[in-house]
Design a protein around this ligand. Structure first.
Ligand code: AMP
Length: 272
């Protein structure tokens, strides 16, 4: 089956409507392009859980602050489309900002406190912008299922809280051979920075294995990075661990030069 590429909402909805009439379930994977194996793993999950897969490629201006990298964000549409065709994705949606925001660029959603902790401290606009675009894309596509990466753990948690009517699935973090979590932004790293970057996951793993405590792990990260945060929280609530906590998240963000890296390890709490 060949991949159809739609940049018009009406044409997209015609295609989706025809599939729906045939009783086919639609899974959706939203992306900003610059595709890597992490994205492709989500598409695999989407395929396993539906009859048709739609992938969007849209660099969402509403989730970037003025001083962030919206202008430089890697735009590799030709390569992305080749990958998606190889994977036999049914449909790729490539909207413009005018189509997504017909009333102009303005934040219309406030996810509140949960968007102001962790990554939200450094990027207070981010989760409002992400939730706004995901809600808009869900309204356009009306998928049965949508797939997000555990790599963006806080994003996944907020999307689960602030969307309804779509089953949300998640995919594990896909890593480079040296442990660095794959990310479109890894392209920003210089050769020297790329050598240093795996220290992030190495340190989180040592903390997880009990080889370092939280204080020592922070100290170790600070040898290589500018530490944004390192926290150990309840993975479901993103709040402090309580007696009811069943899953724990080690969550971290660091700056390496001007590149911000995030990573996490999630694990079951024993004896709960
Ligand atoms: P992005 O294009 O960065 O907006 O990411 C699109 C989706 O891919 C999000 O749901 C991310 O969480 C997910 N993703 C990004 N990197 C990875 C990774 N290394 N492994 C698994 N999923 C990822």
């Amino acid at each position: 089956m060949s991949t159809v590429i739609k940049s018009s909402i009406l044409e997209l909805q015609e295609t989706l409507g025809a599939w729906r009439q045939q009783g086919q379930a639609i899974a959706f994977v939203p992306t900003m392009g610059g595709l890597h194996q992490g994205h492709l793993s989500l598409i695999k999950i989407a395929k396993e859980n539906s009859d048709r897969v739609v992938v969007s490629i849209f660099v969402n201006p509403m989730q970037f602050a003025e001083n962030e990298d919206f202008g430089e964000y890697p735009r590799t549409l030709g390569d992305d489309l080749s990958l998606l065709k190889e994977l036999q994705v049914d449909c790729v949606f490539t909207p413009t900002a005018e189509m997504i925001y017909p009333d102009g660029l303005g934040l219309t959603i406030d996810v509140g406190k949960v968007g102001q902790i962790l990554c939200g401290k450094t990027r207070p606009h981010f989760f409002n912008g992400v939730t706004q675009v995901v809600q808009r894309l869900f309204d356009i596509i009306e998928p049965d299922v949508a797939v997000f990466g555990q790599k963006d753990c806080q994003q996944l948690s907020i999307i689960k809280q602030f969307t309804s009517g779509v089953k949300i699935l998640s995919g594990a973090i896909v890593r480079e051979a040296d442990g660095l979590a794959m990310s479109t932004r890894n392209q920003y790293l210089s050769v020297d920075e790329r050598q240093i970057a795996p220290q992030l996951y190495r340190t989180l793993s040592q903390l997880h294995q009990g080889k370092l405590d939280l204080y020592m792990a922070k100290k170790q990260l600070q040898q290589y990075f500018k530490l944004d945060y390192l926290e150990i929280l309840d993975a479901n609530t993103l709040k402090q661990i309580t007696d009811n906590t069943s899953k724990i998240a080690i969550l971290c963000a660091v700056f390496l030069g001007s590149t911000r890296l995030i990573d996490n390890i999630i694990f079951r709490r024993e004896n709960v």
